[in-house]
Design a protein. Structure first.
Length: 743
């Protein structure tokens, strides 16, 4: 269906992808429209292609998939178009002069003989340059968008393409359409492949196969692998692209020769890396080896006095004066004797006590130290546990985001290393390869580096298996804590966690804080979770502030028990609509003042402030959680408080938020919650693993409820298949350790 008219009031516009909501004025009346413009112009005339749809909140609107800007005809229409500010350098007064001078020919003059505008009062050389550039860009995009449409690229994607490639968009795509998959967010390999087919590129062409190889390697990286066995990669790529394995291997050889990929061999098996992961893995292995072999700075206290200080610190920290266990003493000694050390263990095994003890020893010894963790919530927990300042690893490394280069850099690096004598990193299982590379690059010779964490939890979201690889190499001094302390032994959560981790089945009720509640259908599981959140927990256990206290952790995003579905249900229970609560719909999600929300991706350039603007900074990270404090529906903005940071969300940033009453277990890493509720039903096999369940249960601090099918729970415990990742750090550490001359 086609509609012609003028663009009226613009209600919302996202400059990144062009998505616009506006009023459209036609001869038959005005109505609401929604779709993508490159640069919507109030008063401009358009021909829209689309259909009328029903919006759940705003009613009928015309959703368009394509548009064509029509140049206004007649002096009055041209004046209205120019006066609306659609051409930079022309305002209402200048527009009147132009139209009075050139009449119906005004736009032709601007496009073909713009020098005539110099006769208009107020238009000089600089203003003329603005006018011609602005008008040219508008016409240029309109023409480019038409050509892109013929290639199968929709308007929202066309906006992104034009922002990257400009007037060269069509020529770049025709030369190699697969660059779209590498450069344009929102365009994947399959879309680029369809465009390539339109352009007549053969399925067996090298440019297609090479793009497919890059795509497959990136997909493996998203799943955590830094490398892939060559035979497996060739086999999967050949099947995916419907070409021969020989074709894929030929392209692999070309890409390796060109330096785009790297190859290596472990135990006689050829491995293929994307360039960046290969060199990051090498740097991490060499840096760890170098740190371990370096002469550390002399310790200011002898070991006897240091351990005495440790015992004193432990007694002060313990409520009943319990001394350090032999395991803990050994852990402390290991950290004092070595430049790099790892302390790992499950809940209740005393990792926090060891960190506190070490901190006090370093205080007594006069050593400087820094405490850090991969996420903001983990750093906050570390700070609360030690009473000492802690921060994210990104902040420790003084990250700097460059908008112009679209890159992340660290202010602390080889040329400007961290100055502390000791660096203690908690929740080390969450560190991915690239972050580890940045951290080690900032270490100066003689620095002590201590990692603590639970190696049995889920690995990092990013590529790599850093903590497990370091431990498995048996090169880095590691203490695995196993004994559960008396103050933790009475906890049902701790007991259940260790049973699960050992492959044993917990009882339906343990210690008054761990329960398995049997429900045999998705509907009954969802209803039970709804009942608990709606007040049942408050009456039974005294958790008054339900929205803050209760966190639902689900293995999946899909289905009735997936995070989106549960969020919709829980929002209606915990934060229902009210006249005094403003709302804002973003995609399929309605955000409301008071909602619990989570950041979905790292945004290093996002600006934040604290109350009264006493501090300002940049950076909001994947997994950060907060509360919506204010919603400005008219301006499509929201203000969110994340701990002590206040962030304004608008435009494309709004797409980075999700409701967080229910989140996936992967998103919960590094966090603890007073109450954790875990739905248990039939989920995809790759998610029904022991370490995922173990991670979920260990997130609970005061109460854990598993609601669902006990048979599925037992099957999950039986499935000890770890998250299969292909990485090479373990092998590299072993090889370097075997050769004392390599550093």
């Amino acid at each position: 269906m086609t509609q012609e008219g003028k663009l009226g009031k613009i209600i919302f516009n996202n400059p990144e992808n062009g998505y616009t909501v506006a009023i459209f004025d036609t001869e038959e009346g005005s109505f609401r429209i929604a779709g993508s413009f490159a640069e919507p112009k109030t008063g401009a005339k358009y021909r829209l292609e689309g259909k009328f749809t029903i919006h759940p909140r705003y009613g009928e609107q015309f959703s368009f998939t394509d548009h064509e800007e029509l140049m206004p005809e007649g002096a009055d229409a041209i004046y209205e178009f120019l006066a609306a500010g659609n051409v930079r350098g022309i305002g209402p007064a200048t527009a009147r002069q132009i139209v009075d001078t050139f009449g119906d020919e005004s736009l032709i003059v601007i496009e073909e003989t713009p020098e005539k505008l110099l006769h208009i009062s107020g238009i000089g050389a600089k203003t003329l340059a603005k006018i011609t550039e602005s008008f040219s860009e508008s016409r240029e995009f309109a023409n480019t968008a038409i050509e892109l449409r013929e290639l199968g690229i929709g308007m929202s994607e066309a906006v992104r393409v034009y922002k990257i490639y400009g007037k060269e968009s069509v020529s770049v795509i025709k030369e190699n359409p697969y660059t779209l998959a590498d450069d344009i967010r929102g365009i994947n390999f399959n879309m680029a492949d369809n465009i390539a087919a339109r352009l007549g590129i053969e399925p067996g062409s090298s440019v297609r196969i090479e793009s497919g190889i890059r795509y497959m390697l990136k997909q493996w990286a998203v799943s955590g692998s830094t490398l892939v066995p060559e035979s497996l990669l060739a086999e999967r790529c050949a099947a995916f692209l419907d070409v021969t394995i020989e074709n894929v291997k030929d392209s692999l050889r070309d890409m390796i020769f060109a330096g785009e990929l790297e190859e290596d061999s472990f135990d006689g098996v050829q491995m293929i890396y994307l360039y960046g992961y290969y060199h990051a893995e090498q740097r991490v292995a060499h840096a760890l080896t170098s740190l371990m072999r370096a002469a550390s700075a002399p310790f200011p206290m002898d070991k006897v006095n240091a351990l005495y200080a440790a015992e004193q610190a432990a007694a002060e920290l313990s409520e009943d004066g319990v001394e350090l266990s032999d395991e803990q003493i050994k852990a402390v000694e290991t950290c004092l004797d070595n430049n790099v050390a790892i302390i790992t263990g499950g809940p209740g095994t005393g990792k926090t006590t060891i960190i506190n003890t070490l901190v006090r020893i370093f205080d007594f010894a006069g050593l400087s130290y820094a405490l850090a963790a991969p996420t903001g919530r983990a750093a906050k927990r570390m700070e609360e546990a030690t009473g000492k300042p802690a921060m994210t690893i990104h902040r420790l490394l003084e990250f700097v985001w460059s908008d112009e280069e679209d890159t992340l850099n660290f202010g602390r690096n080889e040329d400007n290393p961290l100055e502390q004598d000791v660096i203690i990193i908690d929740e080390a299982s969450m560190i991915d390869l690239m972050l580890m590379d940045g951290l080690l690059n900032a270490m100066k010779d003689g620095t002590r580096l201590i990692f603590t964490g639970d190696a049995d939890q889920l690995p990092s979201v990013g590529a790599g298996n850093v903590l497990r690889d370091m431990i498995a190499s048996e090169v880095i001094p590691t203490i695995r804590l196993k004994a559960i302390f008396r103050q933790a032994s009475g906890s049902g959560i701790v007991t259940a966690s260790h049973l699960i981790n050992n492959g044993e089945y917990p009882e339906k009720e343990i210690g008054g804080d761990f329960y398995i509640i049997t429900r045999n259908s998705e509907n009954s599981i969802a209803d039970t979770i709804k009942d608990f959140a709606g007040g049942r927990l408050e009456s039974a256990f005294g958790f008054v502030n339900s929205a803050d206290d209760i966190q639902v952790l689900t293995p999946t995003k899909r289905g009735m028990l997936g995070a989106p579905s549960l969020n919709s249900m829980l929002q209606e229970v915990l934060n229902p609509p009210a006249e005094d609560k403003a709302e804002l719909k973003v995609g399929q999600i309605t955000f409301r003042e008071g909602d619990k929300v989570m950041q979905l991706r790292n945004n290093y350039g996002a600006e934040w402030r604290t109350d009264y603007f006493t501090t300002e900074g940049e950076g909001v990270f994947n997994g950060d959680m907060g509360i919506v404090e204010a919603v400005n529906s008219a301006d499509k903005k929201m203000t969110v408080r994340m701990d002590d940071r206040i962030i304004d969300y608008e435009g494309e940033m709004l797409e980075e938020l999700d409701l967080a009453y229910a989140i996936t277990v992967h998103k919960s890493q590094g966090s603890e919650f007073p109450v954790v509720i875990i739905p248990m039903y039939s989920f995809p096999p790759m998610l029904m693993t022991r370490n995922l369940l173990y991670t979920a249960v260990t997130r609970g601090k005061g109460l854990v409820l598993i609601v669902g099918d006990p048979g599925r729970l037992r099957a999950m415990i039986d499935n000890n298949r770890a998250d299969e990742r292909y990485t090479g750090l373990k092998e590299r550490l072993i090889m370097l350790d075997a050769d004392p001359f390599i550093v």
